[in-house]
Every structure is written in C-alpha cells, then in structure tokens.
Design a protein. Structure first.
Lengths: 535, 535
C-alpha cells in the first residue's frame, strides 16, 4: 500500500558493528532505517520513545541488525516502536465505531488493508445511563469544577472493558492476540470519546456547550488502559463541537462529501439527527434531536433494527391487508425506525392518521372494508387508542405489537425536527433541495428506511428516490480509512477545520420551521408534490 | 532570552467561549498560543501529551482562558505541558554533570538564565564498584544476552537516588520544590547515562565496544523515576561511542571548539584522558587510560583534589627545602593529580628521579646538601623505596605522605599515555603542536595543574604556557548551555555527527608512541627544548 497506514513495518538491513563502525545500536537502526523509509515519510524526524529503547535494542541485536522496524506514523514524526526479526505475517489494527449504545469494530491488516475480523458489542456504560445526558450526569455527579471523578472513572472503565472484550473477540476471529494489535482508530461522539479518555464531559451539556478537547494528539494505548500492544497508537477522530463528533467527521470522510464536486448532503440519524451539507469547497453542519422515535428510543414498542423488529409495513388499500416484514423473519416483538416510518406513512395514505398526525377512526367517503380494517386494528387498550401492528397470537412475545397516539406524537416530532433541520441547513447557504446531487443516509436508518415513505411523511425532501444512497456504518468505514491512509487522516483534520457548525438550540428559524413541519407532509403541501393530500 | 530554553512559559490570552465561539478548551488554547509563539518555534507542531490534557484543561478554565502555557521545546515539536494563571516567578531547570564518582549540578532559571543554586554529591553507585568497568560488571552479572537485570536496576536506583537527593539540596537552596523543576540536562559518560536510563551497558566494554544508544530522544522525568515535575524534559547529551561520552560533547560545546577558527585542543582528564582536536570545520577525538594516576585512583597516597590534598610541590634547589601547598591549607593527607605532577617534575629537576622515572639516590656531581636532602626523604619503608612528601608529624593523618616507586611507575605510564594520545591525534591529521592556538584543559586537572611542570615531565607539549587555558567543569557548563539555548542543543548533535573518533585500543602507532614517551621528558628530548636533560 502506498497510502501509509498508521503503523507500518519497514525492512532494515544495517551493517554489523565493528571497530571501524562503532555507531551505537539504536543510532545504527535509525541511520539504516532512514535509508529505506518511503519517500512520503522520509523527511520526518525519527524517534524512539524511551519505553521502547531496551526492547528494540535487544531485538535489533538478536536479529543481527536485520529485520523489520515497526513504525508509528505521526503527522510530522515517525516513532520506532518495535523491531522484528521476520516480516510480520499481519500487522493488525482496529477501527472502532464507539457508539453510545453499540460499538462496532473491524480488524484490518495494516500491511495489506485486508479485513481480518468484524464484531460488535453493547456499550457497558448503558448500565449507568441509557443516553448521553444521563452518562454525563453520572460522570459529573457534583456540580462545579471540583466534581467527584468517581463516576467518570466508572464510565471510563466500563467502556475500556467493552472495547477490550470486543478486541478479544476480533483477535479470536483472526487467530491473533490483543498485544499484537498495533493501532486503533476511534470514531465516536464527543461525549463518548471524553469518557473513553477519562476527561470530564461537564461542560458539554451546559451552555455554551464546550468540549474539553476536539482534536486530541495521538497517544499510546497503555496511557488509557486499552489491552493492545502497549505502544499501539490511539488515533481519535476529531470532533467539531459538543454535539458534532468524530463519528460524523468519519462519515463525511467515508462518503467523500469533502471531495464532492456537486453539493451533496450527509444524514446520520442516531439519538440525534446530524446533517452535513457541502462539497469540496465548503461544509456546513447541524444536529438536532430528531432521532429518538426513529432509533427505537421513544416509542414503547420501538426497538433497534434487531431480530423481531418490524422493519417494513405495507397496507394494501385494495384488499385492506396489512403486510409486515420482520428482521430475520421471526415473529414480531417491536418496531424499528424504518418500520415506524413505513407504518405511519401507510396509515396516513390509508387515512387512519390525519395530516396532524392523529389517529382518525372515520372520515368522509370511508368504505366498508376500510371501516372493518379500522375496527379490527384501531382499538382502545388500557384507556388509550392504539393501532395493532401484530395481534398477540402473531407476536413473538406475549403482547401485541402496537402503535399508540403517544408513539405517533413522538414520531411526528421527530419527522418535523428532521425536516426542519434539513431546511434550516439548506436555507443557511441558499441551496435548494433540488440542487443536491446526492443524499447519503448513514447507519441502520439509511439501510432500512424506504425514502419514499419518509417523503410521504414529509420527513425527507421530495426528491427522486435515486438521490438517496444508504451508506451503512459510515463512522466505522471512515475509521477504517483512518487506519490505512494518511490522506484520510489529514482530511479528517481538514474537515474539522472546514465545517461551519450551526447551533440549532439558539436558532429561531429552526423553531418556526419545526412548527411548519408538524403536519403530513407539511403545512405547505406544495413542497411535497408527490404526496397526496387529503382534506 | 531569545536563545530558547528547553522549557519556557508563554503568555496566552484566549477569548472566553460562547455559543458563537464554541471551540473546545484545548483547541482554543492551541489556537491562542499559536498566535503568540515566538518566531523561532512558530512553525513547529503544537501537541498536548495525553497525560497533561485534564490538568491543562482545568487550569485553563480556572484561569478564565488567560495565563501562561508552559512549553517543552522539542526540535520539531512543542509540547504544552502545563498552564499557569500567573507568570511563574522562576522556571527552574537543572544542569547535571553525571560523573562516575562525583555529580555536580547547577539549578538555573529557564526564564532568565540566572543561577539559582549549585551543589555536588558522591555517586551512590560507588558502593557497587569504584570505576566504570566494575559498574558494568555489576550491572550485567550473567553473561550473554539474557542477563539478569537486577544489578542494572540496583545501579539505576542508586544513581536516581543520588540525583533526587542532589536536586532536593538545590531546591532547598533556591527555596523551591522538586516538582517545580521543569527540565534537566544531563552530561555524563556513556556508561553512566546507560545506567541512569536503566539500559544495558553489556556491550560497552566488549569489542567492538558498541553502546546501546548514543543520542536518545528527549523523554519525561516520570519515565525513569526522577523526582521532578512529572513532565520535566530529560535531555541527555549525545555520546559518540562507548569511551567518548556526552560529558565530552558538553565540554566541546562549552569551550566552543566546534566554532573555533583556528585549530585548538580540548583535554579532559578523568578516569580516562579524553582529547579532542579541531576547529569549526572538523573535529577528531580519542580517549585513553591516562588518568588513573592523575585522578588519585592509582597512587596509594593519591586522592581527589579535596581538602588535605597536596596540590603543589616545589623543591628549592638552592636551599634544598621542600615546599608544599595543601588544599584548604590543612595538614596533608594525600597527593592529588596536580601535586603528583609537580612532585615528579621537581624530583626530576632535582635529579632524584631519573629520565626512566626511577628513584636515584646518587648521581655524579651531587652536592652534600643534595645528599642530605635525599638521605632524609628517600627512605626504605616496609621494604620499598619511598619519597617522603610530609613526615608523619607534619601529616594530617597518623602516616607520612609518601610517593613510592610503584606510584611513580603508574605516574610514568599515565604521562606517557597522555603524550602518546596527543601525538597520535595530531599526527592523524598532520597538525603540529605549534599550530595549536589554544589547549583547553578541563576539570580539576585543568584547574590545579601547573602546565610548566607537566611539560617538564613530557606529559603536555612544550608550548608557551599561555596556550593552556583551564576551563573548569566544562561538562557542567555545557549542560547549562543545553538548558538555555536551542543553538547549543543543535550544536551538541552536530558535534556528535561531526567528530571522527580514533579507537586507540587498536592503534599500533599509539603503542609505539607510548613506548617513546616513557622517559622524562621523552626518548627524543629535542621535542622538549625547554626541559633540561641530565645524562
């Protein structure tokens, strides 16, 4: 590879010392190495960290001054951190998407770029708080600057254990050992990386929302207690602000928004909806709370896109049949984000949900078949109106799968927030949706939703469906690039510097747009020409 | 100072964060600092080591984003290692001459260059071995590569304790604390710095005499267990080889041999005699065992230049009186190097020592006064001939101070080695002694010897006495420059690269010259025109 991985192994052949050539061992190594360094790093200063000196010197001698130097490639410096007598078969590195609830990781060979293993894990911090805010509160229990650090330490330990176990799983798959892992690139939201580094997130959730750091300098794994090679380099993707983390930078990097010739958009829906607009010349971003209903965090029957989640729903308006598709084709136990979007869009088209997002049992012109369908599925249960997606006998649990008015309201807020975010962002730079070449949609949300249904709801702009491109776990893909490609590392930092971040919490226009978006598809249906309007 | 100390404090004033300016704390610090960095370091990358992030962020916030950033100035990088709300009154740094037997240190203020304290200490490693070779043997008890590291650890701990105690003494003098010390520059021989860093000196004393390192990259004090500020930078002067250490580089730096327009020479006599010849264009060096007799390590009555050491001797050849000068004017207890040189030169001029370096009681043309003097002082004691320098009643101990034939033989070997070293070195580059503009003589040897007497013995070349310049503890003076001046740090590395080192152990010419020098003044007296020759 000529893309320059974070850690690399370079062949070194030094002459054996003699009375005529009595250079010290480590100086000999540096001198020989500087002859064979690839041109891309030849100008950087070569250092040997103190803690590596003894090991390297012994290995270099034992190998009779010939072998492979293992190098940590820093922006302006190259650290020699190990010496191997043989060319290593693999040089494992881990790319990690550090999510608030889930972690996903890939192990790649830094020498070839080959994927060695892949895995995921539940963030053990969940025990101490489901979402970011509750984690921050747990971390900083006392108010003020002299906060008790115990909570922070507990959360740091929890995430370290999660990562160490996940790495263990990956090394098992790849038939290698944790201490053979030479680098880890970490892409996570700002709070998660603060907690991982054991640094206080106190100010992240307090106006004016200032992180302690955005762009940490690389450090070694032993400094925070990751069970990798002690000198494994930890490269944390830079954040932009408290609510715009390295996971987003990683996503932008992964889809190449920062290199796009035409204006494109990148949408990542997690707990927040995070949106970036731009091209190779400029990038503008904002984030807002559009996600909970979509991520399964709010609706009572809501769940992540796991086995048993209803991910697609259609209502056949000729035969009045409800068709469900469940992840892994098992009996349904809940509804994930894409299922919710489908369901509400179908209910709107079936006129069981009105333009205000309220259940309606009756409307003018309703047929008998429609009435029968509504009677069967729109019922009162424990004193509230619910729509039955799966009857108890169809369900994978001992309860029916239902959508309540409360869930529906949450969904309406989420979809309104999403559209308001998108319009606020485009308005900020005077760009029309029609000018967008592409809209990249990240994550499970991007993978599962039907953009047509999201358009019906007025959640996403009414554009040709081919504009929308699901991109999977772009945060993880970006982290993989970071491991393998120095240009990607430079771009990540440039993206951080280049992005203009719009703070929605203080944006009046956003609130006006949010109100206008709380109808299906919108208070101004003309901007959704493809969506039928019932009055 | 515009010389750029190893550690410096720079005023920073950052705007307070706001919703409009929500840069993270540490990025804010870096950005503000990059505005005020002196031009000399403005181009270097600014880093914050992981272990400093939390402390710096808290201090920066507590100081309301205004104060002083403490910076470790590395060759291509600047590490921010602390943040202070007020300008520090002093920023203490320690320059250390790390000797095999003695340590000497100066504490200087890195902000102003002012000397704050000065002290010295006995190297506690002495308990485990008097000289370098016995220390190496103690450090590496088992043979081969899988040596027991225990001896090495013991010696490292002994020297760390010595240094920590010495620093404690300095901080006491300066009324500050050890953890306020921000940097230490260390100049010592190659073995001493290996032992300090806990790195094996195994190969130093085995052909082809290869050190593990010559030029270590700077590291922080906490990494080896020095009780300074944990991030205090440790800057070890580079060595050139096993027998040519950083103490010599420091000396060259101190006297400016590497910048001299005319050819000059630098002589440092410790356990070895180490000699450098050159100017701003080239430097050539060698070292040899000329020292023991001169440093008090061989002669039974020999001692370091401490209180009670006879440092000067004259024999009045008119009145046949022996005059002694003792350090601190107390009754004599031994003879230091300069005293030995004086004594043997005077004994030669008095014809009590012949040109072969042997005592002679009688010679043709001896006067009665001479005979009486010899009878009184040249006596047989415990079966060997000794010359009495101080009778028991004049002595500070309960023994007379004497010079034996064995001491004399050792002295002759030392003086022969010294002159052979000097001639080998000059011959190597075809330079005549007469071409030397100056001969710098370092250490106690330089301070105390009378160059005229050394010339009489044939130890130093027969040049005008004004050629010789004592320069004191040049190793320490160089280390002080290293603390305060980046140009000195660059020069130290350049000197290391520039010097050609001649290995005398394999030099046949040296052995021939050594034999020729074992006469007073020389087998070829014509090269010592100022010295009388008796036949």
């Amino acid at each position: 590879m000529d893309t320059l991985a974070l850690v690399t192994a370079i062949r070194v052949e030094a002459a054996e010392p003699s009375l005529q050539d009595n250079t010290a061992d480590l100086d000999r190594l540096k001198a020989a190495l500087s002859q064979t360094l690839p041109a891309s790093i030849a100008g950087r200063s070569l250092s040997i960290p103190f803690s590596c000196m003894a090991t390297i010197a012994a290995a270099f001698r034992n190998a009779r001054f010939k072998g492979y130097a293992v190098l940590n490639v820093l922006p302006r410096q190259v650290d020699i951190i190990d010496f191997l007598s043989q060319k290593p078969e693999i040089l494992p590195g881990v790319a990690l998407d550090l999510g608030t609830t889930h972690l996903e990781a890939t192990m790649v060979d830094l020498l070839t770029g080959t994927t060695l293993a892949h895995g995921h894990a539940v963030n053990r911090q969940i025990e101490y708080g489901a979402d970011i805010l509750s984690r921050i509160h747990f971390a900083v229990k006392k108010k003020g600057e002299d906060q008790d650090r115990k909570g922070l330490q507990i959360l740091q330990q929890a995430i370290l254990t999660t990562i160490n176990d996940l790495v263990e799983e990956l090394t098992g798959q790849a038939e290698t050992t944790a201490d053979s892992v030479r680098a880890i690139s970490i892409s996570g939201n700002t709070t998660m990386v603060h907690l991982l580094l054991g640094l206080s997130p106190y100010h992240i959730c307090r106006e004016p929302y200032i992180p302690l750091f955005n762009d940490p300098d690389p450090f070694s794994s032993r400094e925070i207690g990751l069970s990798l090679h002690p000198q494994a380099m930890v490269w944390v993707l830079p954040s932009i602000g408290s609510y715009f983390g390295g996971d987003l930078i990683s996503g932008i990097l992964s889809v190449g928004l920062d290199r796009a010739e035409q204006i494109s958009m990148f949408i990542d829906v997690g707990t927040n909806a995070e949106v970036v607009l731009g091209n190779q010349e400029w990038l503008i971003a904002c984030a807002g709370a559009a996600g909970p209903a979509l991520e399964g965090g709010v609706a009572r029957m809501g769940m992540r896109a796991d086995a048993g989640a209803v991910e697609h729903v259609t209502i056949d308006r000729a035969s009045w049949q409800l068709n469900r598709q469940t992840i892994d084709d098992v009996p349904p136990v809940g509804i994930c984000g894409s299922g919710l979007i489908d369901l509400v869009a179908e209910l709107y088209l079936a006129r069981i949900v009105d333009l205000r997002g309220k259940f309606q049992a009756e409307f003018t012109g309703q047929t008998e078949e429609q009435k029968a369908f509504v009677r069967k599925r729109l019922v009162t249960r424990d004193g509230e109106t619910v729509f039955i997606v799966a009857f108890v006998e169809e369900s994978g649990s001992n309860e029916p799968v239902v959508l309540s008015q409360i869930d529906l309201d949450a969904m309406m807020r989420s979809k309104a927030a999403m559209y308001a975010i998108l319009t606020t962002l485009t308005a900020q730079v005077g760009v029309e949706f029609a000018e967008l070449e592409r809209i990249y949609v990240a994550g499970a949300f991007g993978e599962h939703i039907d953009p047509g249904q999201a358009i019906t709801l007025g959640m996403l702009p009414d554009l040709p469906l081919s504009t929308y491109e699901p991109v999977g776990n772009s945060s993880l893909h970006g982290a993989e690039r970071i491991l393998l490609d120095e240009a990607a590392r430079q771009r990540a930092r440039e993206i951080g510097r280049k992005i203009t971040y719009i703070e929605l919490n203080v944006n009046q226009e956003f609130m006006i747009r949010f109100s206008g978006s709380r109808f299906i598809p919108h208070t101004d249906p003309k901007i959704f020409p493809s969506v039928p309007v019932f009055s």
